[in-house]
Structure formats: structure tokens, C-alpha cells
Write a new protein. Structure first.
Lengths: 340, 340
DNA sequence: ATTAGCACTCTCTAAAGGAGAGTGCTAACA
DNA sequence: TGTTAGCACTCTCCTTTAGAGAGTGCTAAT
């Protein structure tokens, strides 16, 4: 990326200005607002170069320039300076996220609200996957003769529950036995390991091996294996309406309809999310409905092996500096609260 | 409501036409499309009368007429004719709502999707209140030394769960005792009755009355008393974007922001909802954000004492005939599937 | 009581004109 | 050679204007 210092300055100025004003940036504006020590004409030349190199675009002939996706990419990778959060904001995060809540679900819901409120963008939180969590205990609650409510408690003190339909009726005593047996076999394993466990292995040293039990265990095991299937939590959906680029109803519809499709959203985020924080700009996004948007994704950890992803969704013209600071702050806070 | 036959016909024609076209209706249009056997001039006179009586409005001088809230009200109360659903639609309802699902939550979620898909409006379903349900069994699952996961199973086979924080640590054996004791005291009561139960009553014949236990029981009881707090399920939120009256971004924002506030939505619906089906038109709605909207609410029953409300939200110009047919159909279907 | 005829009102759309912002080019300058 | 001032040109956006269209209310005739 051979951009000399002044080109970088100009690019930074344009991206920075455009992020705030949402209006194409002209050479005069830059020379007025940013102290580059050169005249508008010089800046014009630089801009012309930057456009040719693909970092800028012109909405129409003889308008100011706006950053292209590539321009944003360079900005994000090399130019931006992440500010620090205020103490109040950090306090707020700690307060809101601190575990006075009953379940992971509630934390995650709070997280979505918090992120959207602080950023003014739309927050998306993918429910935690629990594959790394260790199962401490299983409890089987009889609901009807053919339904069992499965409650698992993980090492980290988080609860997962699921209704399991069994093929044949079972009595309460047998259930107690089953429960004990499952606990003996599975307690201490991570959910990942449990997923990999086959019935055959369990059966190996099963005392009684009645067919019915087999079927029931199979179902229960299935219940434990299922991932906390793709729940998606949204916060600040309406925030996109504040963005001038979404004053077009058609665009609003596109994105809101997308957000209604949990499965799609999950997919889209899972695809771009990496280990730490990552940024996906405009057409870098897999979904074409998101080609006008940027997605900042990050990994969160709730302790006890609970790991998931969250994201902030905004226009490509989103305030990356601010958002990255926020995301980092939230990750830090969560780590501090629930970290090893 | 002294409206002679022709005035009723004219009013019906105008409402009916406006619901379909969203354009002010003129006298010529009526005489062309509806066979009233009179000339436009006559209709004009009737319209003038109807306007004076408050059933119609003119968006501006010399435009066609549109119904006022009062006009819609009269239409809904006296004029409309609810059509019947097609067999396919009824089949679809049965299929989608039939209980192959594990929990009430899932049924309710399906219900929201179904309603919005069939009506093209926004569906709101309030989670079932369980006050009428009888508690069959309580199970206490230890999570940490100070946290207990409370699982209740109701008569109807539905599960409610909640994390309870207790003031002092308690051992597993004591927990087992507590559980047994709670079951003895509370099983068979409706949640409503449990809510009305005070600790003092329970304590009355409590064998051991150690202070600690007292505190713990208090918390657990509190957990059971909490209502399955106002969960709101939405379907087809973006459907309002299809309505021409919501081509104005400001209005869209107002209503979408409202829909993000579960508590407000719950309140608004609970206020207008009655025993059966009820219609709340425009300014009849308690929330001013809904003054451009109508709300069709109805009660649903999932069996086992589970009762709740659902609603369809659309512009005041919504297709009442269609929507009422749908709502009735859904109620019937649910009754058929889960009825006493 | 109903209807035809007609002038009038109001909105909506398209076209036209002008202001404003910004560019690219050229020529001068350090 | 890089930088800058000057200037003509382009394009959008806003406002104004004019005309078409739809619908009304009134009057007079049936």
C-alpha cells in the first residue's frame, strides 16, 4: 500500500469528515478543517490520485469525494486511532453486564441493549455456544409421561434446558435411575465431548440394556447434543433509521427484513467473525443485503466455556474509531467480570 | 346511530374502497364501482351529510373523502361482513399450530409468524400468563452455593424456570428436603393461589423453623410468584413498511421504536384486550404512537390454564374483514387443538 | 328528491431557471 | 518539479411556474 504521508493524511481527513457529515468531501473543506499546510489545489491532485487508486469515489462528476470500501479498509487497517472510553462508560458497562442476572440469556440480552445504546448502531448478539462448557449435573424433570424436561448445569454455573420427547412412557423411578446413570457417565465432560459421544460407548458398560432405555437415552443424549440453537438477540434495530443513508425506504426494508431472519443473520456473522475483533466492510460481507453496511464482530466469553460472538451493524460510513473502542471495552469488561 | 340504508351503503363503499386503494374516494368512483342506482351528485350529498356527522373526513378541500376513526368504528360494528377462510388457510393453521413443538414458547412464536404471514400486518403475541395453571411439581437444581435453579411443571405440562439467588449457602441435602417440603405445600395450587400465599401461612406447620430456611423459602416463593414476565413475540415487523401510510420515515420510526419496547407493547395490548376479539381503532388506542394504527386483539388458550392475548397491528385503514376472519380462524383452530 | 352542468379549489407533476459547490485544467511561480 | 491561483465547466438541488386532473359544492332543471 504505497501511500505517502500526505496521501494518508488526505485519505484520513476525507474518511473522518465523511463519517461525521455523510456529505461528499471537497478539497476546500479539507484545507479548511484539517491543517495539512497545502492549498486546495494540491489536495485536489492528491484526491484525484487516490480516486484512481481506488480509495475514493465520486458520487457524480464534479462532486466531492467519498471513500470507497477499499478506502474504508485502508482507514481501518492503517489510519484510525482508537480513542479511549470515558470512565462513565466503563462504569456503565460494568454495571449493566455484572452478573446479577439469572441466566446467560439475560446477560446476552443486556449486552445487545448496551452496545446499541452506546454506539447508536444496531447490535446483534449470537447466543453463546456451550461446547467448551463442562457439564456438572443433569436433572430430569418429568413433565408428562412422554416428555422430560432436561436441565443441565455447567461448570460455570450456567443453565441450559430443553424439552425432550421420548418414544415411550417412563416411570418416575426409572427416571431417577436414568438421571443418576447419565450423571455418572457425562458429568465432567465438555458439551463438545458429549456431542462426540455415541450411544454405543455409553451402552458399553450399561447394566440394564433394555431396548426402551436405549431409545430414551438416545433422545436425552440428543437433547444435550443440540447446540443452544442459533438464538439471535438484537438491540437498537431502529437505530439504522437515524442514518442518512437509510432515508431510502427500500434500503430500510432490505435490512430490516434481513434482521428478521435469524438464521441468515447468524450465518452472516459466523462467516465473518474471527478470533478477536474483526471488521467487514460493505461488499466484503457475504450477504448482498449487507453490501451497504459494515459489520464489526467480536468474540465474547462468559466464563465456564461459554463463548459467542456479537456484532455492530451500521452503514459503511460508520464511526469505526468509536465502535472499535466500544467493542474492545465490552470485551475487556466481560473478561474482567467472567474471565478465567 | 341513525343512518338510513343508503348512507350505510355509501359509508360501506367508501371504507371498503379506501381500504383497498388508500386513496381518497370520490363520488364518481363510488357510483362507478358500487351499484347504488343513484348518480354521483346524490352520493355527494350523502357524503356531505356523513362528513358533517363525523364519519368521513376530507384530507383537503375538494378531494375525495376518507373514513374518520368514527367511520371505521361504525363500519366495524355494523357494516362489515366477515368472509370465510379458504380450506388451504385452515389447513395451514392446523399444520403450523399443531403441537409437535416442545414448549408453549415455540407455539406462541409460530403463532406470531403465522398471523403476520397470512395478514400482511404485524403480529404481536403476548406470552401466556400461567396464573390459572396448577403447579404439579417443583424441582430445585443447585447451581452454585448461593444460586438455585427453580423448575416448575404445571398441570398442562408446561415448564417455568427461574434462577433464584438465596441469601445463604445451602447444602444439597437440605435442598432436597426443601424441595419435598415445597411440593407438599404447593403442589396442586394454581399459580394465582401461590401468589396469594404468604410465608406466614406456610410456616404455620413448618417443622423446622430455622431462620435461614425462612429466608430461603422466602426467595423461592418469590421466584414462583413472579409472573412469567411479559414476554412479547413479534412477527412481520417489516410488514408495516408495505403500507402506503407508512411511507413517511418519521411514522415508521415511531412505530418501530414502540415495538422495541416490550413493556409498552404489553401494556397497550393488555389495556384494549377483552375476553374475545376486540378492535381498537386509531385514537381509541391508549398509546399516542398508535393513533394512526388499529389493533385487533384476541384471547388465545393453550390448554392447561394457559391463557394469553395476541394482536394484529396495522394502519387504521386495515382490512378489518380479512383480519377478523383470520383472528377468528386462529382462535377456532387453537381451541380445536388445545381446547378443553 | 334527484340529477346535470359548471365554475372553482386544491394537489401533483414536469419543466425551467438559478444558486452553490466542487472539479479539472492551464499557466504562473518558487 | 512540485505547488498554487484563477477560471470555465458540470452537476445537483431548490424554487418557481404552469398545466393537467380529480373532485367538490352550488344552482337550476327535472
Amino acid at each position: 500500500m504505497g501511500l505517502d504521508k500526505r496521501k494518508r493524511q488526505v485519505l484520513y481527513a476525507i474518511v473522518h469528515d465523511y463519517i461525521q457529515t455523510a456529505e461528499p468531501v471537497g478539497s476546500r473543506t479539507i484545507s479548511r478543517r484539517y491543517e495539512l499546510g497545502v492549498s486546495p489545489a494540491t489536495i485536489r491532485n492528491e484526491m484525484s490520485d487516490l480516486e484512481e487508486m481506488g480509495y475514493l469515489e465520486q458520487p457524480y462528476t464534479s462532486a466531492g469525494r467519498i471513500p470507497s470500501d477499499r478506502g474504508y479498509r485502508f482507514y481501518v487497517d492503517f489510519l484510525l486511532r482508537v480513542p479511549s472510553l470515558t470512565l462513565q462508560e466503563i462504569e456503565l458497562m460494568k454495571r449493566v453486564l455484572s452478573l446479577r442476572m439469572s441466566s446467560a440469556e439475560e446477560i446476552v440480552q443486556q449486552l445487545a441493549k448496551l452496545l446499541s445504546a452506546l454506539s447508536n448502531y444496531t447490535a446483534i448478539v449470537l447466543g453463546p455456544s456451550q461446547v467448551q462448557a463442562r457439564l456438572r449435573q443433569v436433572q430430569l424433570v418429568p413433565v408428562s409421561s412422554r416428555q422430560i424436561y432436561l436441565v443441565g448445569v455447567t461448570d460455570g454455573g450456567l443453565v441450559l434446558n430443553r424439552m425432550v420427547e421420548i418414544p415411550v412412557a417412563v416411570e418416575v423411578e426409572s427416571l431417577a435411575y436414568l438421571q443418576q446413570w447419565l450423571n455418572q457417565r457425562l458429568a465432567g465432560l465438555t458439551l463438545e465431548q458429549i456431542k462426540a459421544t455415541s450411544l454405543a460407548e455409553l451402552q458399553h458398560d450399561m447394566r440394564i440394556s433394555i431396548d426402551l432405555f436405549e431409545a430414551i437415552v438416545n433422545e436425552l443424549l440428543g437433547g444435550l447434543k443440540q447446540p443452544e440453537a442459533g438464538k439471535v438477540y438484537l438491540g437498537g434495530t431502529t437505530n439504522i433509521l437515524n442514518q442518512p443513508e437509510f432515508h431510502d425506504l427500500q434500503k430500510v426494508r432490505t435490512i430490516l427484513e434481513l434482521l428478521e431472519e435469524d438464521a441468515l443473520v447468524w450465518e452472516a456473522i459466523a462467516q465473518v467473525a474471527g478470533k478477536g475483533v474483526s471488521v467487514s466492510i460493505g461488499t466484503e460481507n457475504p450477504l448482498s443485503a449487507m453490501h451497504d453496511c459494515s459489520l464489526i464482530t467480536a468474540e465474547y466469553q462468559l466464563g465456564g466455556g461459554l463463548v459467542g460472538h456479537f456484532a455492530l451493524l451500521g452503514p459503511t460510513r460508520m464511526n469505526y474509531e468509536r465502535v472499535l473502542a466500544l467493542v474492545q471495552g465490552v470485551c475487556d469488561t466481560l473478561n474482567q467480570l467472567y474471565g478465567m
